[in-house]
Write a protein that binds this ligand. Structure first.
Ligand SMILES: Cc1cc2nc3c(=O)[nH]c(=O)nc-3n(C[C@H](O)[C@H](O)[C@H](O)COP(=O)(O)OP(=O)(O)OC[C@H]3O[C@@H](n4cnc5c(N)ncnc54)[C@H](O)[C@@H]3O)c2cc1C
Length: 467
Protein backbone atom coordinates (compact mmCIF):
# COMPACT_ATOMS: atom_id res chain seq x y z
CA UNK A 1 0.00 0.00 0.00
CA UNK A 2 1.44 3.39 -0.93
CA UNK A 3 1.62 6.30 1.53
CA UNK A 4 -1.23 8.20 -0.08
CA UNK A 5 -3.65 5.22 0.21
CA UNK A 6 -2.55 4.66 3.78
CA UNK A 7 -3.24 8.30 4.65
CA UNK A 8 -6.64 8.23 2.89
CA UNK A 9 -7.69 5.06 4.74
CA UNK A 10 -6.43 6.46 8.04
CA UNK A 11 -8.43 9.63 7.53
CA UNK A 12 -11.57 7.68 6.58
CA UNK A 13 -11.19 5.49 9.70
CA UNK A 14 -10.79 8.61 11.88
CA UNK A 15 -13.82 10.37 10.41
CA UNK A 16 -15.82 7.12 10.65
CA UNK A 17 -14.95 6.77 14.36
CA UNK A 18 -15.95 10.36 15.12
CA UNK A 19 -19.23 10.04 13.15
CA UNK A 20 -19.96 6.68 14.83
CA UNK A 21 -19.35 8.18 18.27
CA UNK A 22 -21.48 11.21 17.40
CA UNK A 23 -24.28 8.95 16.12
CA UNK A 24 -24.13 6.91 19.30
CA UNK A 25 -24.19 10.12 21.36
CA UNK A 26 -27.36 11.19 19.53
CA UNK A 27 -29.28 7.94 20.10
CA UNK A 28 -27.90 7.40 23.61
CA UNK A 29 -30.80 9.08 25.53
CA UNK A 30 -33.26 6.74 23.78
CA UNK A 31 -31.07 3.72 24.59
CA UNK A 32 -30.56 4.76 28.22
CA UNK A 33 -33.69 6.56 29.46
CA UNK A 34 -33.23 8.16 32.87
CA UNK A 35 -35.15 6.75 35.80
CA UNK A 36 -37.41 9.18 37.73
CA UNK A 37 -35.90 8.75 41.21
CA UNK A 38 -35.25 11.25 44.00
CA UNK A 39 -32.88 10.02 46.70
CA UNK A 40 -33.80 10.65 50.33
CA UNK A 41 -32.07 13.39 52.31
CA UNK A 42 -30.26 11.99 55.39
CA UNK A 43 -28.57 15.22 56.46
CA UNK A 44 -28.20 16.54 59.97
CA UNK A 45 -30.31 19.52 58.93
CA UNK A 46 -33.38 17.39 58.16
CA UNK A 47 -33.83 16.73 61.87
CA UNK A 48 -35.43 20.19 61.90
CA UNK A 49 -37.47 19.92 58.71
CA UNK A 50 -40.73 21.88 58.57
CA UNK A 51 -44.09 20.13 58.96
CA UNK A 52 -44.97 18.15 55.83
CA UNK A 53 -47.73 19.41 53.50
CA UNK A 54 -50.17 16.87 52.02
CA UNK A 55 -49.69 15.66 48.42
CA UNK A 56 -51.76 16.74 45.44
CA UNK A 57 -54.82 14.48 45.15
CA UNK A 58 -56.88 16.20 42.43
CA UNK A 59 -56.30 17.72 39.00
CA UNK A 60 -55.24 21.33 39.14
CA UNK A 61 -55.51 24.40 36.92
CA UNK A 62 -53.05 27.19 37.82
CA UNK A 63 -51.31 30.20 36.30
CA UNK A 64 -47.85 29.03 37.36
CA UNK A 65 -46.69 25.53 38.33
CA UNK A 66 -43.28 25.31 39.99
CA UNK A 67 -41.60 21.90 39.98
CA UNK A 68 -39.30 21.47 42.99
CA UNK A 69 -39.43 22.92 46.51
CA UNK A 70 -35.77 23.74 47.03
CA UNK A 71 -34.57 27.32 47.37
CA UNK A 72 -35.05 28.08 43.64
CA UNK A 73 -38.64 26.85 43.50
CA UNK A 74 -39.64 28.44 46.80
CA UNK A 75 -37.97 31.74 45.92
CA UNK A 76 -39.57 31.84 42.44
CA UNK A 77 -42.99 31.02 43.93
CA UNK A 78 -42.55 33.63 46.68
CA UNK A 79 -41.49 36.38 44.25
CA UNK A 80 -44.27 35.56 41.74
CA UNK A 81 -46.88 35.48 44.54
CA UNK A 82 -45.58 38.73 46.00
CA UNK A 83 -45.66 40.79 42.80
CA UNK A 84 -48.85 39.22 41.39
CA UNK A 85 -51.10 38.12 44.27
CA UNK A 86 -53.92 37.30 41.84
CA UNK A 87 -51.87 34.57 40.12
CA UNK A 88 -52.60 31.01 41.20
CA UNK A 89 -49.20 29.47 41.96
CA UNK A 90 -48.60 25.83 42.94
CA UNK A 91 -45.30 24.18 43.95
CA UNK A 92 -45.05 20.43 43.28
CA UNK A 93 -42.32 18.64 45.22
CA UNK A 94 -41.43 14.96 44.67
CA UNK A 95 -40.49 14.36 48.31
CA UNK A 96 -40.34 17.15 50.87
CA UNK A 97 -39.33 20.81 51.06
CA UNK A 98 -35.51 20.92 51.03
CA UNK A 99 -35.07 17.25 50.13
CA UNK A 100 -32.56 18.15 47.41
CA UNK A 101 -29.36 20.19 47.69
CA UNK A 102 -31.19 22.92 49.64
CA UNK A 103 -31.49 20.62 52.65
CA UNK A 104 -28.04 19.04 52.31
CA UNK A 105 -25.58 21.84 51.68
CA UNK A 106 -22.58 23.21 53.58
CA UNK A 107 -24.39 26.38 54.62
CA UNK A 108 -21.95 28.87 53.08
CA UNK A 109 -23.78 32.03 52.05
CA UNK A 110 -21.52 33.60 49.45
CA UNK A 111 -21.78 36.61 47.17
CA UNK A 112 -21.19 36.33 43.45
CA UNK A 113 -21.62 33.45 40.99
CA UNK A 114 -19.28 30.43 41.16
CA UNK A 115 -17.20 31.41 38.13
CA UNK A 116 -16.63 34.96 39.45
CA UNK A 117 -16.10 34.08 43.11
CA UNK A 118 -12.76 35.73 44.09
CA UNK A 119 -11.88 35.53 40.43
CA UNK A 120 -12.13 38.29 37.87
CA UNK A 121 -13.89 36.33 35.11
CA UNK A 122 -15.55 39.42 33.58
CA UNK A 123 -14.40 43.00 33.02
CA UNK A 124 -14.09 44.76 36.41
CA UNK A 125 -17.26 46.86 36.05
CA UNK A 126 -19.35 43.76 35.16
CA UNK A 127 -17.76 41.79 38.00
CA UNK A 128 -18.72 44.59 40.39
CA UNK A 129 -22.32 44.65 39.06
CA UNK A 130 -22.67 40.93 39.72
CA UNK A 131 -21.08 41.25 43.17
CA UNK A 132 -23.42 44.12 44.12
CA UNK A 133 -26.48 42.34 42.73
CA UNK A 134 -25.78 39.19 44.73
CA UNK A 135 -24.99 41.16 47.91
CA UNK A 136 -28.22 43.14 47.55
CA UNK A 137 -30.12 39.85 47.12
CA UNK A 138 -28.38 38.40 50.17
CA UNK A 139 -29.49 41.41 52.21
CA UNK A 140 -33.12 40.82 51.16
CA UNK A 141 -32.76 37.17 52.13
CA UNK A 142 -31.29 38.11 55.53
CA UNK A 143 -34.18 40.54 56.09
CA UNK A 144 -36.75 37.89 55.11
CA UNK A 145 -35.19 35.41 57.55
CA UNK A 146 -35.04 38.02 60.32
CA UNK A 147 -38.72 38.84 59.84
CA UNK A 148 -39.75 35.18 60.05
CA UNK A 149 -40.45 33.21 63.19
CA UNK A 150 -37.59 30.79 62.35
CA UNK A 151 -34.58 31.56 64.52
CA UNK A 152 -31.00 31.03 63.38
CA UNK A 153 -31.73 30.44 59.68
CA UNK A 154 -29.12 32.97 58.49
CA UNK A 155 -26.06 34.29 60.31
CA UNK A 156 -24.40 37.17 58.40
CA UNK A 157 -21.01 36.67 60.07
CA UNK A 158 -18.72 36.94 57.02
CA UNK A 159 -16.64 34.07 55.60
CA UNK A 160 -13.07 33.20 54.66
CA UNK A 161 -11.67 31.73 51.49
CA UNK A 162 -8.45 30.06 52.60
CA UNK A 163 -5.30 29.23 50.59
CA UNK A 164 -3.05 26.22 51.09
CA UNK A 165 -0.01 27.32 49.13
CA UNK A 166 1.94 30.54 48.68
CA UNK A 167 1.10 30.46 44.97
CA UNK A 168 -2.65 30.33 45.69
CA UNK A 169 -2.27 33.09 48.27
CA UNK A 170 -0.61 35.20 45.55
CA UNK A 171 -3.67 34.59 43.34
CA UNK A 172 -5.84 35.81 46.22
CA UNK A 173 -3.70 38.89 46.60
CA UNK A 174 -3.78 39.52 42.83
CA UNK A 175 -7.59 39.38 42.91
CA UNK A 176 -7.62 41.98 45.69
CA UNK A 177 -5.30 44.19 43.66
CA UNK A 178 -7.49 43.91 40.58
CA UNK A 179 -10.68 44.87 42.42
CA UNK A 180 -9.02 47.61 44.47
CA UNK A 181 -10.99 50.82 44.00
CA UNK A 182 -14.18 48.99 42.95
CA UNK A 183 -15.62 49.02 46.47
CA UNK A 184 -15.61 45.24 46.95
CA UNK A 185 -14.82 45.09 50.68
CA UNK A 186 -12.66 41.91 50.77
CA UNK A 187 -9.52 41.82 52.93
CA UNK A 188 -6.32 39.75 52.82
CA UNK A 189 -5.37 37.92 56.03
CA UNK A 190 -1.91 36.39 56.46
CA UNK A 191 -1.32 33.05 58.23
CA UNK A 192 -1.33 34.54 61.74
CA UNK A 193 -4.44 36.60 61.18
CA UNK A 194 -6.23 33.63 59.53
CA UNK A 195 -5.35 31.48 62.55
CA UNK A 196 -6.74 34.14 64.91
CA UNK A 197 -10.09 33.95 63.09
CA UNK A 198 -10.54 30.19 62.52
CA UNK A 199 -8.02 28.63 64.87
CA UNK A 200 -5.99 26.60 62.38
CA UNK A 201 -2.49 27.45 61.13
CA UNK A 202 -2.86 25.05 58.19
CA UNK A 203 -3.42 27.86 55.69
CA UNK A 204 -0.86 30.25 54.22
CA UNK A 205 -3.41 33.05 54.03
CA UNK A 206 -7.08 33.82 53.38
CA UNK A 207 -9.45 36.40 51.98
CA UNK A 208 -12.22 37.69 54.22
CA UNK A 209 -15.57 38.79 52.79
CA UNK A 210 -17.75 40.62 55.33
CA UNK A 211 -20.80 40.24 53.10
CA UNK A 212 -20.78 36.43 53.31
CA UNK A 213 -22.26 34.29 56.06
CA UNK A 214 -23.61 30.96 57.21
CA UNK A 215 -27.09 29.43 56.99
CA UNK A 216 -28.88 26.54 58.62
CA UNK A 217 -29.92 24.96 55.31
CA UNK A 218 -33.30 23.49 56.22
CA UNK A 219 -34.27 26.41 58.42
CA UNK A 220 -33.65 28.64 55.40
CA UNK A 221 -35.91 26.38 53.31
CA UNK A 222 -38.50 26.73 56.08
CA UNK A 223 -38.24 30.54 55.95
CA UNK A 224 -38.84 30.44 52.19
CA UNK A 225 -41.70 27.98 52.52
CA UNK A 226 -43.49 30.25 55.01
CA UNK A 227 -42.82 33.32 52.86
CA UNK A 228 -44.21 31.61 49.73
CA UNK A 229 -47.30 30.40 51.58
CA UNK A 230 -47.86 33.87 53.04
CA UNK A 231 -47.76 35.15 49.44
CA UNK A 232 -50.64 32.80 48.59
CA UNK A 233 -48.67 29.92 47.07
CA UNK A 234 -49.90 26.32 47.52
CA UNK A 235 -47.15 23.78 48.18
CA UNK A 236 -47.73 20.06 47.61
CA UNK A 237 -45.16 17.58 48.93
CA UNK A 238 -44.81 13.89 47.98
CA UNK A 239 -46.02 14.96 44.54
CA UNK A 240 -43.57 13.90 41.80
CA UNK A 241 -44.06 15.23 38.28
CA UNK A 242 -43.30 12.45 35.78
CA UNK A 243 -43.72 14.21 32.45
CA UNK A 244 -44.19 17.66 30.94
CA UNK A 245 -46.39 18.10 27.87
CA UNK A 246 -45.60 21.53 26.49
CA UNK A 247 -48.24 23.87 25.08
CA UNK A 248 -49.76 27.33 25.54
CA UNK A 249 -51.24 25.56 28.56
CA UNK A 250 -48.53 23.14 29.81
CA UNK A 251 -49.82 19.81 31.13
CA UNK A 252 -47.91 18.10 33.93
CA UNK A 253 -48.47 14.39 34.43
CA UNK A 254 -48.14 13.49 38.10
CA UNK A 255 -46.94 10.16 39.50
CA UNK A 256 -50.28 9.98 41.36
CA UNK A 257 -52.21 10.09 38.06
CA UNK A 258 -53.39 13.72 38.33
CA UNK A 259 -52.87 16.37 35.68
CA UNK A 260 -51.77 19.93 36.40
CA UNK A 261 -52.48 22.57 33.74
CA UNK A 262 -50.32 25.68 33.91
CA UNK A 263 -49.78 28.61 31.56
CA UNK A 264 -46.26 29.07 32.93
CA UNK A 265 -43.97 26.40 34.26
CA UNK A 266 -40.89 26.82 36.47
CA UNK A 267 -38.26 24.08 36.39
CA UNK A 268 -36.65 24.35 39.84
CA UNK A 269 -35.39 20.78 39.71
CA UNK A 270 -31.64 21.44 39.89
CA UNK A 271 -29.60 18.23 39.46
CA UNK A 272 -32.79 16.25 38.64
CA UNK A 273 -33.81 18.44 35.67
CA UNK A 274 -32.68 15.97 32.98
CA UNK A 275 -35.18 13.41 34.29
CA UNK A 276 -37.91 15.62 32.82
CA UNK A 277 -36.03 15.83 29.51
CA UNK A 278 -34.53 19.31 29.98
CA UNK A 279 -30.91 20.52 30.11
CA UNK A 280 -29.40 17.04 29.90
CA UNK A 281 -26.50 18.40 27.88
CA UNK A 282 -25.94 21.44 30.10
CA UNK A 283 -25.74 19.93 33.59
CA UNK A 284 -23.68 17.14 35.15
CA UNK A 285 -25.15 16.05 38.51
CA UNK A 286 -22.16 15.28 40.74
CA UNK A 287 -22.31 14.00 44.31
CA UNK A 288 -20.56 15.84 47.10
CA UNK A 289 -20.21 14.77 50.75
CA UNK A 290 -20.71 16.40 54.15
CA UNK A 291 -20.20 15.08 57.70
CA UNK A 292 -20.85 16.55 61.16
CA UNK A 293 -19.42 15.93 64.61
CA UNK A 294 -21.41 15.68 67.81
CA UNK A 295 -21.73 19.01 69.71
CA UNK A 296 -18.26 19.91 71.01
CA UNK A 297 -17.85 20.79 74.67
CA UNK A 298 -16.80 24.34 75.57
CA UNK A 299 -13.33 23.00 76.43
CA UNK A 300 -12.97 21.23 73.07
CA UNK A 301 -14.12 24.34 71.24
CA UNK A 302 -11.72 26.55 73.21
CA UNK A 303 -8.87 24.13 72.41
CA UNK A 304 -9.22 24.64 68.65
CA UNK A 305 -9.60 28.43 68.87
CA UNK A 306 -12.25 28.89 66.16
CA UNK A 307 -13.33 32.02 67.97
CA UNK A 308 -15.09 33.91 65.18
CA UNK A 309 -17.52 31.03 64.31
CA UNK A 310 -16.96 32.17 60.73
CA UNK A 311 -17.40 29.51 57.99
CA UNK A 312 -14.59 28.94 55.51
CA UNK A 313 -13.76 27.09 52.35
CA UNK A 314 -10.42 26.35 50.78
CA UNK A 315 -9.22 26.95 47.24
CA UNK A 316 -8.98 23.39 45.91
CA UNK A 317 -11.14 22.27 42.96
CA UNK A 318 -12.58 19.53 45.18
CA UNK A 319 -13.09 22.25 47.76
CA UNK A 320 -13.39 21.56 51.50
CA UNK A 321 -15.88 23.78 53.34
CA UNK A 322 -16.47 24.00 57.08
CA UNK A 323 -18.94 25.60 59.45
CA UNK A 324 -19.77 25.67 63.13
CA UNK A 325 -23.39 25.25 64.25
CA UNK A 326 -24.95 27.15 67.18
CA UNK A 327 -24.84 23.91 69.21
CA UNK A 328 -21.07 23.66 68.49
CA UNK A 329 -20.97 20.88 65.91
CA UNK A 330 -18.38 21.19 63.17
CA UNK A 331 -19.59 20.24 59.73
CA UNK A 332 -17.12 19.64 56.93
CA UNK A 333 -17.91 18.96 53.30
CA UNK A 334 -16.16 18.34 50.01
CA UNK A 335 -12.88 16.60 49.27
CA UNK A 336 -14.23 14.19 46.69
CA UNK A 337 -16.93 13.93 44.06
CA UNK A 338 -18.76 11.06 42.41
CA UNK A 339 -21.01 10.62 39.41
CA UNK A 340 -23.58 7.82 39.11
CA UNK A 341 -24.04 6.40 35.60
CA UNK A 342 -26.74 8.07 33.49
CA UNK A 343 -27.43 10.92 35.93
CA UNK A 344 -28.38 8.30 38.50
CA UNK A 345 -28.76 8.70 42.23
CA UNK A 346 -26.41 7.09 44.76
CA UNK A 347 -26.89 5.52 48.20
CA UNK A 348 -25.32 6.76 51.43
CA UNK A 349 -21.74 8.17 51.38
CA UNK A 350 -19.00 5.54 51.18
CA UNK A 351 -16.29 5.07 53.82
CA UNK A 352 -13.60 6.49 51.52
CA UNK A 353 -15.37 9.84 51.08
CA UNK A 354 -16.08 10.14 54.82
CA UNK A 355 -12.49 9.05 55.58
CA UNK A 356 -11.15 11.97 53.53
CA UNK A 357 -13.32 14.40 55.52
CA UNK A 358 -12.09 12.85 58.77
CA UNK A 359 -8.46 13.19 57.67
CA UNK A 360 -8.91 16.81 56.63
CA UNK A 361 -10.58 17.72 59.93
CA UNK A 362 -7.69 16.14 61.85
CA UNK A 363 -5.18 18.06 59.72
CA UNK A 364 -6.92 21.36 60.36
CA UNK A 365 -7.62 20.75 64.04
CA UNK A 366 -5.22 18.10 65.45
CA UNK A 367 -6.94 18.38 68.86
CA UNK A 368 -10.02 16.79 67.25
CA UNK A 369 -8.22 13.82 65.72
CA UNK A 370 -10.03 11.27 67.90
CA UNK A 371 -13.53 12.73 67.43
CA UNK A 372 -15.80 10.57 65.25
CA UNK A 373 -18.50 12.01 63.01
CA UNK A 374 -22.01 11.61 64.33
CA UNK A 375 -23.51 11.63 60.84
CA UNK A 376 -22.58 11.96 57.17
CA UNK A 377 -24.61 12.52 54.01
CA UNK A 378 -24.34 13.33 50.34
CA UNK A 379 -26.13 15.46 47.79
CA UNK A 380 -26.00 16.30 44.12
CA UNK A 381 -24.42 19.48 42.82
CA UNK A 382 -25.56 20.72 39.40
CA UNK A 383 -22.29 21.41 37.57
CA UNK A 384 -21.88 23.20 34.25
CA UNK A 385 -18.67 22.81 32.27
CA UNK A 386 -17.76 26.49 32.62
CA UNK A 387 -18.91 26.78 36.25
CA UNK A 388 -21.40 29.50 35.29
CA UNK A 389 -25.09 29.27 36.25
CA UNK A 390 -28.09 29.71 33.98
CA UNK A 391 -31.50 31.32 34.39
CA UNK A 392 -34.02 32.10 31.69
CA UNK A 393 -36.92 30.93 29.61
CA UNK A 394 -37.22 28.00 27.20
CA UNK A 395 -39.78 25.73 25.52
CA UNK A 396 -41.65 25.81 22.22
CA UNK A 397 -44.05 28.37 23.68
CA UNK A 398 -41.36 30.25 25.63
CA UNK A 399 -43.32 29.71 28.83
CA UNK A 400 -40.94 27.40 30.74
CA UNK A 401 -38.66 29.23 33.19
CA UNK A 402 -35.59 27.76 34.87
CA UNK A 403 -32.70 28.48 37.22
CA UNK A 404 -29.87 25.98 37.71
CA UNK A 405 -26.17 25.21 37.22
CA UNK A 406 -25.19 26.84 40.52
CA UNK A 407 -22.02 24.69 40.78
CA UNK A 408 -22.10 24.49 44.59
CA UNK A 409 -22.70 28.23 44.97
CA UNK A 410 -26.48 28.34 45.11
CA UNK A 411 -27.45 29.15 48.69
CA UNK A 412 -27.58 32.85 47.91
CA UNK A 413 -27.91 32.74 44.13
CA UNK A 414 -31.12 30.69 44.16
CA UNK A 415 -32.93 33.52 45.95
CA UNK A 416 -31.82 35.98 43.26
CA UNK A 417 -32.68 33.58 40.45
CA UNK A 418 -36.19 33.13 41.92
CA UNK A 419 -36.60 36.90 41.64
CA UNK A 420 -35.29 36.92 38.06
CA UNK A 421 -37.66 34.08 37.13
CA UNK A 422 -40.59 36.08 38.57
CA UNK A 423 -39.59 39.10 36.49
CA UNK A 424 -39.16 37.09 33.29
CA UNK A 425 -42.51 35.38 33.88
CA UNK A 426 -44.14 38.79 34.23
CA UNK A 427 -42.53 39.95 30.96
CA UNK A 428 -39.91 42.14 32.64
CA UNK A 429 -36.79 41.10 30.70
CA UNK A 430 -35.12 44.50 30.49
CA UNK A 431 -33.45 44.75 33.93
CA UNK A 432 -31.67 41.43 33.36
CA UNK A 433 -30.51 41.68 29.75
CA UNK A 434 -27.00 42.84 30.71
CA UNK A 435 -26.21 39.71 32.76
CA UNK A 436 -24.52 36.95 30.81
CA UNK A 437 -26.07 34.17 32.91
CA UNK A 438 -29.58 35.12 31.70
CA UNK A 439 -30.76 33.07 28.70
CA UNK A 440 -27.24 31.90 27.94
CA UNK A 441 -26.16 28.85 25.96
CA UNK A 442 -24.02 26.66 28.23
CA UNK A 443 -21.20 24.42 26.94
CA UNK A 444 -22.30 21.01 25.68
CA UNK A 445 -21.96 17.90 27.85
CA UNK A 446 -22.26 14.68 25.80
CA UNK A 447 -24.58 11.76 26.56
CA UNK A 448 -23.62 8.34 27.92
CA UNK A 449 -21.19 6.67 27.84
CA UNK A 450 -19.09 9.73 26.98
CA UNK A 451 -20.33 11.80 29.92
CA UNK A 452 -19.54 8.98 32.38
CA UNK A 453 -16.03 8.58 30.96
CA UNK A 454 -15.40 12.33 30.95
CA UNK A 455 -16.62 12.95 34.49
CA UNK A 456 -14.73 9.91 35.86
CA UNK A 457 -11.54 11.21 34.25
CA UNK A 458 -12.06 14.72 35.61
CA UNK A 459 -12.89 13.66 39.19
CA UNK A 460 -10.02 11.13 39.22
CA UNK A 461 -7.62 13.83 38.01
CA UNK A 462 -8.83 16.33 40.63
CA UNK A 463 -8.47 13.64 43.32
CA UNK A 464 -4.98 12.66 42.13
CA UNK A 465 -3.58 16.16 42.00
CA UNK A 466 -5.32 16.90 45.30
CA UNK A 467 -6.54 20.22 44.00
C1 LIG B 1 -23.41 18.62 49.54
C2 LIG B 1 -23.69 20.01 49.02
C3 LIG B 1 -23.06 21.10 49.60
C4 LIG B 1 -23.33 22.40 49.14
N1 LIG B 1 -22.79 23.46 49.81
C5 LIG B 1 -23.10 24.72 49.40
C6 LIG B 1 -22.63 25.84 50.14
O1 LIG B 1 -22.00 25.71 51.19
N2 LIG B 1 -22.92 27.08 49.66
C7 LIG B 1 -23.65 27.26 48.52
O2 LIG B 1 -23.87 28.41 48.12
N3 LIG B 1 -24.15 26.20 47.83
C8 LIG B 1 -23.92 24.95 48.26
N4 LIG B 1 -24.44 23.89 47.60
C9 LIG B 1 -25.34 24.15 46.46
C10 LIG B 1 -26.74 24.59 46.89
O3 LIG B 1 -27.18 23.79 47.95
C11 LIG B 1 -27.67 24.46 45.70
O4 LIG B 1 -27.17 25.24 44.63
C12 LIG B 1 -29.09 24.90 45.97
O5 LIG B 1 -29.60 24.32 47.13
C13 LIG B 1 -29.97 24.53 44.78
O6 LIG B 1 -31.30 24.74 45.13
P1 LIG B 1 -32.43 24.29 44.12
O7 LIG B 1 -33.73 24.69 44.71
O8 LIG B 1 -32.14 24.79 42.76
O9 LIG B 1 -32.31 22.72 44.03
P2 LIG B 1 -32.70 21.58 45.09
O10 LIG B 1 -32.57 22.05 46.46
O11 LIG B 1 -31.94 20.37 44.70
O12 LIG B 1 -34.22 21.38 44.83
C14 LIG B 1 -34.73 20.68 43.72
C15 LIG B 1 -36.01 20.03 44.19
O13 LIG B 1 -36.74 19.56 43.06
C16 LIG B 1 -37.38 18.36 43.42
N5 LIG B 1 -37.70 17.67 42.17
C17 LIG B 1 -36.81 17.28 41.22
N6 LIG B 1 -37.47 16.69 40.20
C18 LIG B 1 -38.79 16.72 40.51
C19 LIG B 1 -39.96 16.26 39.85
N7 LIG B 1 -39.89 15.67 38.65
N8 LIG B 1 -41.15 16.44 40.45
C20 LIG B 1 -41.24 17.09 41.65
N9 LIG B 1 -40.15 17.52 42.32
C21 LIG B 1 -38.94 17.35 41.75
C22 LIG B 1 -36.34 17.65 44.26
O14 LIG B 1 -36.94 16.67 45.08
C23 LIG B 1 -35.75 18.80 45.07
O15 LIG B 1 -36.40 18.99 46.31
C24 LIG B 1 -24.20 22.59 48.04
C25 LIG B 1 -24.82 21.49 47.44
C26 LIG B 1 -24.59 20.22 47.93
C27 LIG B 1 -25.29 19.05 47.31
Amino acid sequence: MDRRTLLRRGLAAGVGTVLGAWGFNEISPALFPERPVWDLNHSLWMRLQPPHNPPLTTDLDVDVAVIGAGYTGLSAAYHIGKVAPSKRVAVLEARSVGNGASGRNGGMLLPNVANEYLHLGSPPNVHKRIYDLTVESMKSLIALAAASRIEGAVEPVGALQTFETQEEAEHGRAYLESVRGLGIPVKYLDRDRTAEVIGTRAYTASVFDPNAGHVHPIKLAHVLKLAAEAAGVKIYEDSPVLRVEEGPMNRLHMAGGQTVKARSLVLATNAFTSKLGYFRNAIAPVYNYVAATRPLSDTELASIGWRSRMPFNDSRTLVYYLGLTPDNRIHIGGGSAAYAWNDGVAGRPDAKAVGLLRKELATLYPALRSIEFETAWNGMVDMTLDWAPLVGVTGKQQNIYYGLGYCGHGVNLTFLFGRIIADLEAGRQQPWREFSFVNRKPPYIPNEPFRWIGIQAETAYDGLVGE
